[in-house]
Design a protein around this ligand. Structure first.
Ligand code: RP5
Length: 160
């Protein structure tokens, strides 16, 4: 088993439909990751343990997705020095604006790199985690460049 380098955490199993896009981006680049449900509100002790142990266990980046009053990314960031990428999950009531604002508006001193609302944000969180890892992994950097080139090559010239 390859040791996970990225931890994908989310506040609820209901977030997986969004967060699976982060996992798929990491799959495409052969970056090992783990997935966990860790709720800031419902399982605060699980969050504390996860964030405290993440660096010691060898994780390099955490991707945290949550919706509504989305405290998970900020709370995780407060308890680890690892880079934390926050994904605002689209909420039913406020379409994810609540998630976005509660993740992005961190006070100075504890950063969370906040992505777009929903699946695009999750996908980009996976790609950004890979890019962070690629700064110290030349083979991964080549895979990432190839992935981006394939994306470029797939864009049609003509809309019809
Ligand atoms: C948040 O509440 C979760 O991140 C999820 O986006 C939202 C709703 O959770 P469920 O009621 O579907 O479990 O904590």
């Amino acid at each position: 088993m390859t040791h996970p380098l990225v931890g994908i955490i989310m506040g609820s199993t209901s977030d997986w439909e969004t967060m699976r896009h982060a996992a798929e981006a990491l799959d495409a680049l052969a970056v090992p990751y783990e997935t966990r449900v860790v709720s800031a509100h419902r399982t605060p002790h699980r969050l504390y343990d996860y964030a405290e142990q993440a660096g010691v266990r060898g994780l390099k980046v955490i991707i945290a997705g949550a919706g509504g009053a989305a405290h998970l990314p900020g709370m995780a960031a407060s308890m680890t020095h690892l880079p934390v990428l926050g994904v605002p999950v689209e909420s039913k009531a406020l379409k994810g604006m609540d998630s976005l604002l509660s993740i992005v508006q961190m006070p100075g001193g504890i950063p969370v790199g906040t992505l777009a609302i929903g699946p695009a944000g999750a996908k980009n969180a996976g790609l950004l985690a890979a890019a962070i890892l690629a700064t110290s992994d030349a083979i991964l950097a080549e895979r990432l460049k190839a992935w981006r080139q394939a994306q470029t090559d797939s864009v049609a010239n003509d809309p019809a």
